[in-house]
Design a protein around this ligand. Structure first.
Ligand SMILES: [Zn+2]
Length: 93
């Protein structure tokens, strides 16, 4: 049986293989708090914001979810049933 997690951003029920830990404050900035994101949201957040923005501004689920670009993203991705929709994403082993 597959284990499912809920993505903290888009709220999709996500198989474990497509879940990644997102560091609210980037790991390289010594952040330790993580949330579960699906691979798509994890990818998208890093596409939209650089490390500095993530550290200074988007360091909580609150600020991420209130961002217009993220709102648009969530509206789009939550209707998708597939995971790893971005071409570059590979399934974890
Ligand atoms: Zn997601």
């Amino acid at each position: 049986m597959e284990t499912f997690y809920i993505c903290s951003l888009c709220g999709r029920k996500t198989p474990f293989a497509y879940i990644e830990k997102h560091h609210l404050i980037p790991k390289c900035k010594k952040g330790t708090d993580t949330v579960n994101f699906c691979v798509d949201c994890g990818n998208q957040v890093h596409l939209l914001f650089n490390i500095k923005e993530l550290e200074k501004t988007y360091n909580s689920l609150e600020t991420l979810k209130n961002d217009e670009k993220i709102k648009k993203w969530i509206g789009w991705i939550r209707k998708k049933e597939d995971f790893g929709v971005c071409a570059k994403i590979k399934k974890k082993k």
